[in-house]
Ligand binder design. Structure first.
Ligand code: VG1
Ligand code: CO
Length: 543
């Protein structure tokens, strides 16, 4: 075997976004692109000599090839050990758990998450630190700096490793351990939720459909739901990971998981439906005829988490990303614990979780999680819901109606305008920013502005500051509009417009969300001039 030092030059566009680096697969496969980024990651974290890394991905096209490249580079950079999921598979939460369980120094997760996969679609790579969470901004900034000055990368000539056989192998002086991607994760879940109760629920005839969307949660859901918990075979659909996710878009929301929504609103709907995304960290929850917004799901889980063994002693606090609806705030207030508001992206929850300030976290984009790992966790959310359904013996619709009756209902929607010309999207945000001082007190259509600002965050633990995290306009009467540019897209810019309206009138808790949100939508479009500036008259996706 030959150790090689390969000359290279910086490649532009290697700045990590909301969740690692995401690009078109073809870009990742271009000469030196992956190698440059991997070496820059190693350099940016102070080298990997003597370190142990967890490596795995969501099984999308190029996952296996990229893992072999990473393993050769890790060996050439002197890593002591790599722990790899069998077949190159690890869901994001399972990877986070493995890093913590094995006290590894970090991990590389290969995924573009909810973005489609395949040679013409997307690929991604992110680095997680020793706490199992996505690298904080200080680290990703360091990595980015290294991508701009890189001169060489290290690799070696070695045959591909056998990723299919569980057990120990070696690559030069580096140990490689191939592990079952599901076993440790399943064992962790058993310490958090009451498996006996859920087993009894299924044994009593409770029916469920879990859509793995041809992505990484298939093996996890088969093993845990149909295996350990005894749900009937067929409960899990689209449960075999495929490199292009069955040509689908593995994003669990009413648009991309429409087949599941149709089933749940159809004549023989099961009691409970759920779906997860490409890398297994997102979840969609839907009851019979009752879609639950992710923001509402966070509020519901916060209100009932104590019913699960893992949270029996109550929660230390909760956190939500800024665009996530304020539904959870009321629950936290009434239960007497703190509610933190962070910028978008799971990396901002890490310090709060590490410091024991919060137990549950969530994002409007279908991410929910807790202090059991340092990533959002799709299947965990589904299991916690099942635990709550088993304990309360209520339906999803009943649980939601009770929650709204107590706290009011935050009607919510997110409009995504995709592949917008980047210059126009930036112009719109820029204009909005410059108009902010004029908004306070202004009447826009039927609404009056209470407060408008651009969100900045100072981390309560390490005092690090993150500016420019979205523009928010709060209206009198519980309405809010938030504008952000996405940090995970791979083509042009995606504008996200988040709309919210709190309703406390008991006679108006079962209205159509889009109707209730019409006023705040119109006001947001008027304030931002979005349609005139971007030329878009309708969002591409509403979730
Ligand atoms: C999106 C979501 C954000 C989420 C991120 C990663 O980011 O809005 O809430 O944390 O994706 O999720 P953005 O910058 O495009 O809005 V995942 O499941 O794609 O890793
Ligand atoms: Co994801």
């Amino acid at each position: 075997m030959l150790m090689q030092t390969m000359q290279t030059t910086p490649i532009s566009g290697q700045k990590p976004g909301t969740s690692g680096l995401r690009k078109k697969t073809a870009v990742f496969r271009a000469p030196h692109f992956l190698e440059n980024y991997v070496q820059s990651t190693f350099n940016g974290i102070g080298g990997v000599a003597g370190k142990t890394l967890v490596v795995g991905g969501d099984g999308r096209f190029f996952n296996d090839t990229a893992i072999q490249i990473i393993l050769r580079m890790a060996a050439a950079n002197g890593a002591a050990k790599c722990i790899v999921g069998q077949g190159g598979l690890l869901s994001t939460p399972a990877a986070s758990h493995l890093i913590r369980l094995r006290q590894a120094d970090g991990g590389l997760i290969l995924s573009a998450s909810h973005n489609p996969g395949g040679p013409d679609a997307d690929f991604g790579l992110k680095y997680n630190g020793p706490n199992g969470g996505p690298a904080p901004e200080a680290v990703t900034d360091q990595i980015f700096e290294c991508t701009q000055t890189i001169e060489y990368y290290r690799t070696c000539t070695a045959d591909d490793l056998d990723l299919e056989t569980i057990g120990q192998q070696s690559l030069a002086d580096m140990d490689v351990e191939i592990v079952d991607p599901v076993a440790d994760y399943a064992a962790l879940m058993e310490t958090i939720v009451d498996f006996e109760k859920i087993r009894a629920l299924f044994a009593g005839g409770f029916t469920m459909c879990f859509d793995a969307m041809h992505a990484v949660t298939g093996p996890y859901a088969h093993a845990i739901l149909e295996g350990i918990l005894g749900a009937p075979k067929g409960t899990v659909i689209n449960g075999t990971p495929s490199p292009d996710f069955g040509k689908g878009h593995p994003d669990p929301n009413p648009t991309w998981a429409k087949a599941l929504i149709d089933k749940m609103y159809g004549a023989d709907a099961p009691d409970f439906g759920a779906a997860s995304d490409g890398d297994g960290d997102r979840n969609m929850i839907v009851g019979r005829g009752a879609y639950v917004t992710p923001s509402d799901s966070l509020a519901l889980l916060t209100a009932h988490a104590h019913l699960a063994p893992g949270y029996r002693d109550g929660l230390a606090g909760v956190a939500r990303s800024m665009p996530t609806s304020r539904a959870v705030d009321g629950v936290a207030e009434s239960l007497g614990f703190g509610c933190f508001e962070t910028p978008t992206g799971w990396k901002f929850f890490g310090n709060l979780l590490d410091a024991g300030k919060v137990t549950l976290c969530g994002e409007e984009s279908a991410g929910t999680g807790s202090d059991h790992v340092r990533e959002k966790d799709g299947l965990w959310a589904v299991l916690l819901w099942l635990n709550i359904l088993a304990e309360t013996q209520k339906s999803v619709a009943e649980l939601m109606a009770d929650l709204w009756a107590t706290y009011g209902r935050c009607y919510y929607a997110r409009f995504d305008y995709e592949a917008v010309d980047s210059a126009k999207a930036t112009e719109m945000m820029h204009d909005l920013r410059s108009k902010l001082p004029m908004f306070a007190g202004a009447s826009i259509g039927a609404l009056e502005v209470e407060m408008a600002d651009e969100f900045s965050y100072v981390d309560p633990v390490d005092r690090s500051r993150s500016d420019g995290q979205g523009i928010r306009v709060v209206f009198e009467g519980g309405a809010r509009a938030v504008f952000r540019l996405s940090g995970t897209g791979t083509q042009g810019a995606t504008i996200r417009l988040y709309l919210e309206q709190l309703e406390t009138d008991h006679d108006r808790l079962q209205e159509d969300a889009q109707k209730v949100l019409a006023n705040v939508r119109d006001a947001a479009l008027q304030l931002s001039d979005l349609e005139a500036i971007t030329g878009r008259t309708a969002p591409d996706v509403i979730t």
